[in-house]
Design a protein around this ligand. Structure first.
Ligand SMILES: *[C@@H]1O[C@H](CO)[C@@H](O)[C@H](O)[C@H]1NC(C)=O
Ligand SMILES: *[C@@H]1O[C@H](CO)[C@@H](O)[C@H](O)[C@H]1NC(C)=O
Ligand SMILES: *[C@@H]1O[C@H](CO)[C@@H](O)[C@H](O)[C@H]1NC(C)=O
Ligand SMILES: *[C@@H]1O[C@H](CO)[C@@H](O)[C@H](O)[C@H]1NC(C)=O
Length: 280
């Protein structure tokens, strides 16, 4: 109770003195106001008032030392044609965090996003985005952002260039992506959390070498064939789901593989052995 009062008081005080010192960078303010306009001045961004310090606006975070905009989080701003508005986002060069999930974003993902070289994470999940993942997503220089692109209508294959970068988290689940993604794995990768589930990926899993960094692998509901590679037993997996594919053969014994229940493996062509029934 006490701490909520303190927080409300702080909020109240900061609302009282919006223009004592304008920390906001004038260029950043200009770009944000253009974004607001491109989004049709949604009610959600009512706090983006040009009369106030933009570091105090909702949905925005400023760096404490440089006072440049470093994070943007916009939910439910209504239908937005993404390519149009992201035209402006890429001018916020120091952005480390971009969250536009749970909107009605349409259009394709603009390749210019890869020009934001400080991004830790891109959240474009749960929108209505179409088209492919841009090739430029394999060209992030500097920071390689975590990619959250799930629950869209993306098509095409994952650009080969993404295999050249050391991603940590990739979630492209629930799209209509296809092709071979085995190049996203390999012993020299650093990827930890991978969700490729509910797409149309089609490749032979037998030959894939998984990196030791991998802790979570979700491949459920694809068209993946072959067998589970023995290398999976050497990983410290917290989560595994290969269900609803076209896999066959013995589930390798050892490591974490028998700690998952049968739903991690069921609905395949002929996978067998613990935790599924014995092989015939
Ligand atoms: C990015 O940050 C650097 C300092 O870290 C600053 O000098 C530069 O002006 C910033 N650029 C933009 C576009 O925010
Ligand atoms: C992994 O190794 C291959 C071949 O040795 C190389 O082409 C690729 O760029 C490397 N990938 C990463 C992420 O370092
Ligand atoms: C990716 O990480 C591996 C292992 O840490 C390293 O050997 C490789 O040079 C890195 N590749 C890139 C492109 O940063
Ligand atoms: C694996 O995915 C399938 C399909 O979505 C689901 O039914 C099952 O519960 C999942 N298993 C685990 C362990 O999450």
């Amino acid at each position: 109770m006490k701490s909520t009062t303190a927080i409300s008081l702080l909020l109240f005080l900061s609302l009282l003195s919006p223009s004592l010192s304008d920390r906001c960078n004038p260029n950043d303010k200009k770009v944000l106001l253009r974004i607001k306009q491109a989004l049709n001045n949604p009610y959600l961004l009512a706090s983006w008032n040009p009369a106030n310090d933009c570091c105090d606006w909702y949905n925005v975070d400023c760096d404490l030392t440089t006072n440049r905009i470093i994070a943007l989080t916009i939910f439910s701003a209504g239908p937005i044609y993404l390519a149009l508005s992201l035209h402006f986002f890429s001018q916020l060069k120091n952005l480390t965090f971009l969250d536009l999930s749970f909107n009605d974003l349409t259009g394709s993902i603009p390749s210019s996003l890869s020009k934001l070289t400080n991004l830790d994470a891109i959240h474009l999940d749960r929108n209505k985005l179409t088209g492919p993942i841009p090739n430029s997503f394999g060209e992030f220089t500097g920071q390689v952002p975590d990619l959250y692109l799930s629950h869209n209508q993306l098509t095409g294959s994952i650009p080969k260039t993404l295999g050249d970068l050391n991603f940590t988290v990739i979630d492209v689940s629930r799209n209509m992506l296809s092709g071979d993604i085995s190049f996203m794995f390999g012993s020299n990768k650093t990827i930890q959390i991978v969700d490729f589930s509910r797409n149309k990926f089609q490749f032979d899993l037998s030959k894939v070498v998984f990196p030791q960094s991998l802790t979570s692998l979700d491949l459920n509901h694809n068209k993946i064939y072959g067998s589970l590679p023995v290398g999976l037993t050497t990983l410290d997996l917290q989560y595994l789901n290969v269900s609803y594919n076209r896999l066959c053969g013995h589930i390798p014994t050892g490591g974490k593989l028998q700690s998952f229940d049968q739903t991690s493996y069921f609905h395949n062509r002929c996978l067998c052995g613990a935790p599924l029934p014995d092989c015939k």
